[in-house]
Design a binder for this molecule. Sequence first.
Ligand code: GLV
Ligand code: GLV
Length: 320
Amino acid sequence: MKPRIFVTRALPSPIMLELKRLFQLKWNRRDQPLSRQELCAGVGKAEGLIAMLNDPIDAAVIDAAPKLRIIANYAVGYNNIDLAAAGGRGIDVTNTPGVLTEATADLTWALILAAARRLPEGEALVRSGRWTGWSPTQLVGGEIFRKSIGIIGMGRIGQAVARRAQGFDMDILYYSRTRLPLIKEVVLGARHCSLEELLRRADVVTLHLPLTKESRHLIDRAALNLMKRTAYLINTSRGPIVDEAALIAALKQGRIAGAGLDVYEEEPTVPSALRRLKNVVLLPHLGSAAEETRIRMGRMVIENLAARFAGQQPPNKVNL
Ligand code: GLV
Ligand code: GLV
């Protein structure tokens, strides 16, 4: 008998084909997140669950799945899963590290450049039909070349952002719990410093750390007040790392120059106060949204499921 798998959203079609070949597959046929009730009903008989980053897999969902052996998250971040509840039942939890690093770093750079050079405002002006022609003072933004970038969280994605910053000849500062080996610091040209120094000096502050109890609201009012008035805040990690209300206030009062956001505190809700601001670029959580990336993430999910049902340790297991 093939193992029973429940997938909470349809994945790219080559991945769905492979999943159907390997497993008894049940999936959500609407392109919308499931309610808690639907999620609990869906996992009822499943031995494997493929979850999205916006599915809260808490103790109640896990309790509704007595046969569950593995939760394979289709994401690198796994803050949506109650690891203690899964661990207590001996359920493996896996993620998709590495395969979305470059796509996420690319999107981070799209936001850095879009925020600094005011791309959305320029685009809106052209589309409105009201552009009156070149002007020496129109939509003048901030320069990025040779400025300093402060990278908070220097894992795979932070390092990929740093490599791109080298092309812009930037001064690269970073803050993370674990310092990189010296050789990596030299190759990346990155200097480790305190969070306070980073916030005070960087022209671009960009977040690349997982959401945990410790990182929640790491960027609060006090942190924003340390930033330069000419600096930009970029977030492609997880929304709750930034105190969104404090960010809105800082943007409104011009205490920082702008922000580029791909993630929000209460997705998919984006406060109207944020949507009304011109000095922020807003994207709908697109970090890994590149064709090849989403397929590689799917293959990684399949490898983890296949290993678990072959009685092996899944390669990307994140819990003990
Ligand atoms: C995307 O946000 C991910 O964690 O994969
Ligand atoms: C994620 O893959 C990271 O380590 O940054």
